[in-house]
Every structure is written in C-alpha cells, then in structure tokens.
Design a protein around this ligand. Structure first.
Ligand code: CAA
Length: 378
C-alpha cells in the first residue's frame, strides 16, 4: 500500500493550491456576499486544465486522473466552495460526455468545456417532484420527424444559466427508470428558458436555477447514448460526481480546521490562549481525526475509479462520511470562534452555510445510505 502521491498528482495539487490561494480565496467572502458568479476564477481554472482533469488530452483535458481531480477540488473548495461546485459539475459533465457521447458529440463539446470557451457545463436531472427519485421525472422528449421535442421543467440546476451545454434527462418511454434518455442541449436553444434563480443559504456565488423546456426542439443527434438508457448514465455520472462532492466537503473542512487552530492559538481568555483548554483541544483532535478519515475515504474512492474498479458504494461512503464530518468540523470551527464566528468578519459562518448542502446534493445522506446498504445486502 502506497500513501504517496505521484509527481503529476503533486503538480496538480500545488498548482491548484497556488491558484486558489492567489486568485480565489481573496475574493471568496466578497462574491458570497454579492451573490456574484466567479467568472474570472472559473476561467482561470480552465486555463490551468482543471475543468477536465480526468479527460483525455486529445479532447482538451489534462488526463491527470481521478486522484488528481480530487486533490485539485479539495484545494479549490478550501478557498471558495461556490467556485468549487461550479468546477465539480463542469468536470462531471466533461467526463460524462467523454464516456457516453458519440465521437461527434465529444469533439463538439468536450474541448469547449475544458478550455473555458463554455463558462461551465450543467447536469439537469432533478425536478420539483423528482429529487431523490429521478426515476419519477416528468420532463418528456418526443420524437417528431427529424427532431426531439422537450417539454417539462428542471430544478436546482447548478450553472444552468451559464452552461454552454447541459445534459438533460427526459422521459422518452414508459414510466420508470427504463424510459429515460439523455440529451445534450446547448445554451440559447429556443424553448429553453431560465425561469428562476435560487436565493440560497450558502454557495451564494454559485448559480442554481430552475429551467423550463417548452416545445424545445433538438436535432436527432442531441440524444446521448442509447434511447431509454439514460437513467444508468445518470447513476454512473453521480457515482463519479459524489467523489467530487466528497472532495469539496474535505476542502471546506480543511479551511475551517486551519482557521480553528489559528484562532485557538491567538484568542485569549482567563489569561490563556483558548488552545490551552482541554475543551478546545478535544474539538481540534476530533476534527483532525474526522478530516483525515474523510480524506482517506475520498481518495480511496478516487483511486478505485482511476484503477477501473467498482467504486459506487465507496463513493457513497466517502460522500456520506465527508459531508457529515465536514459539517461537524465547520460547526466546531464556529464554536471555537464563539461570538466572532457568528458574524461575517470571519469565514466560519460562511463555511457552515456552504458545507450544509454537501449532505443534500448529488444524493442526500439518506440516499448514500440506501446505496451502501444495497451493496452490503447484495
Ligand atoms: N451504476 C450503473 N447502473 C445503476 C447504478 C449505478 N450506480 N445504480 C442503479 N443502476 C441501474 C440498476 O442496475 C437498474 O438497472 P436495470 O433497469 O437494468 O435493472 C436501474 O439503474 C434502476 O436502478 P434502481 O432500481 O436501483 O433505481 P431506483 O429508482 O431504486 O434508484 C437510487 C436508486 C440510488 C435511489 C437513485 O435514484 C439515486 O441515486 N437517487 C439520488 C439522485 C441524486 O443523487 N440526485 C442528485 C441530483 S444532481 C445534483 O445534485 C448535481 C448538482 O447540481 C450539484
């Protein structure tokens, strides 16, 4: 067993860290407060090759693998969780098109996603009544002559208003998971509109929107993969996406933990630095243990995926544990900061708001437990 990173992984990690510290972290609080999408930061990530970390070079990616992707995501999330989720979903879309797209679809979309010519990619699966249960979706696609025509609505779509291309799931057959197909839909396609921008608890600088499809006509070759096989594409994409979100949670928690240590050493009460008190030491010790556990589970899932092994349940475990542990670590950080943690002078309150959604999106903690239990009982 080897816990060392290889040279290319170390390189990606350090270039992501340098960029995140220099160009992302200084603006994180300000763009959160202004709910301002991080265009410049996202383009910078694309210029560094971080919008297609696990995508082959001939399609414009960095071909650095899943472990490198996780490491880069951790560094970006440590600086700004909003920028990180934009990066996570964009990488997921680039990978899914690389994996399931036709040669023409790959050539048309993947280089534009990786290079930043497209601001982002989007993943339009969820609907108002189909969140944990995407098999219950109601958006429909009907073949009419030489077109697919989409009608319906999607909800909570990350970067849905910014994406140059999005993967949209729609029902082309009977009810249930076997009647679903997926399509590649370009920005500004007539019939596609952004109907609402969400006002969120956290990740305020990322964009989350509702979309409407009204007689939205697509060419026949907008279908990605086999007709009726879209649900499995979504499930496989989410298996990989969950490694991204686990990495995001680890990154946010790392930032919070570093801040806890610095503040505990600096803040004095009763004539001592609060780091001298056992109550604070135990919080720091628990946080460090949970952070290391979360990181190891996440890197194991990334490694399994990279090596071509089954990783669905390990990705679910990583996402479940990392998101829940990160929430506790961010809460400890706020507690250690006391009153100062509850106001916006420190990042502690932002971390608590940002980290909360990692227990919800790309499958709630309850869904991760369902996935894990199914594997355990198989
Ligand atoms: N890989 C490949 N195939 C899979 C699979 C996987 N991981 N999981 C399921 N399948 C296949 C099954 O084998 C089955 O195949 P057959 O039809 O051949 O039998 C088919 O898919 C249906 O599977 P299930 O019967 O298990 O489906 P289900 O309806 O019971 O759902 C579930 C299972 C795990 C609960 C799934 O619905 C799920 O993951 N729900 C959560 C959805 C989710 O994560 N949404 C997040 C939205 S995206 C987002 O948040 C992005 C963002 O912007 C940040």
């Amino acid at each position: 067993m080897d816990f060392q990173l290889n040279e290319s992984q170390r390189l990606i990690q350090s270039s992501a860290r340098d960029f995140a510290l220099r160009e992302i972290a200084p603006h994180a609080a300000e763009i959160d407060r202004a709910s301002q999408f991080p265009f410049k930061q996202v383009k910078g990530l694309a210029d560094l090759g971080l919008m297609g970390v696990n995508v082959p070079e001939q399609l414009g990616g960095s071909a650095a693998g899943v472990v490198a992707y996780s490491l880069a995501m951790q560094e970006v999330a440590r600086a700004c969780a909003s920028t990180a989720v934009t990066m996570s979903v964009t990488n997921m879309v680039a990978e899914v098109v690389t994996h399931f797209g036709s040669d023409a679809q790959k050539a048309r979309y993947v280089p534009k996603i990786c290079s930043g010519e497209y601001v982002a990619g989007a993943f339009a699966l969820s609907e108002i009544s189909a969140g944990s249960d995407p098999g219950g979706m109601q958006t429909r696609a009907k073949r009419v002559g030489d077109r697919w025509v989409l009608n319906g609505a999607k909800q909570w779509i990350t970067s849905g208003d910014q994406a140059g291309v999005m993967i949209v799931w729609a029902r082309t057959g009977l009810e249930g998971t076997r009647g679903i197909s997926c399509f590649l839909v370009e920005k500004n396609t007539p019939g596609l509109s952004v109907v609402r921008k969400e006002d969120k608890l956290g990740l305020c600088a990322s964009s989350t929107v509702s979309l409407s499809f009204e007689e939205c006509a697509l060419p026949l070759d907008a279908l990605m993969g086999e007709e009726g096989a879209g649900f499995k594409v979504a499930m496989m994409a989410l298996d990989g996406g969950r490694i991204g979100i686990a990495s995001q949670a680890v990154g946010i928690a790392s930032a919070a933990h570093d801040e806890s240590i610095a503040y505990a050493k600096e803040r004095k009460q009763f004539g001592h630095a609060i780091a001298d008190f056992q109550a604070i030491q135990w919080m720091l010790a628990d946080s460090r243990t949970e952070l290391d556990t979360a990181r190891l589970l996440t890197l194991r899932a990334a490694w399994l995926k990279e090596q071509g092994h089954a990783f669905s349940s390990q990705a679910a475990m990583a996402k479940l544990y990392a998101s829940e542990a990160a929430y506790r670590i961010c809460d400890h950080n706020l507690q250690i900061h006391g009153g100062a943690g509850y106001v916006k002078d420190f990042a502690a309150e932002r971390h608590v708001r940002d980290v909360r959604v990692t227990r919800i999106y790309e499958g709630t903690s309850e869904i991760q437990r369902t996935v894990i239990a199914r594997h355990v009982l198989r």
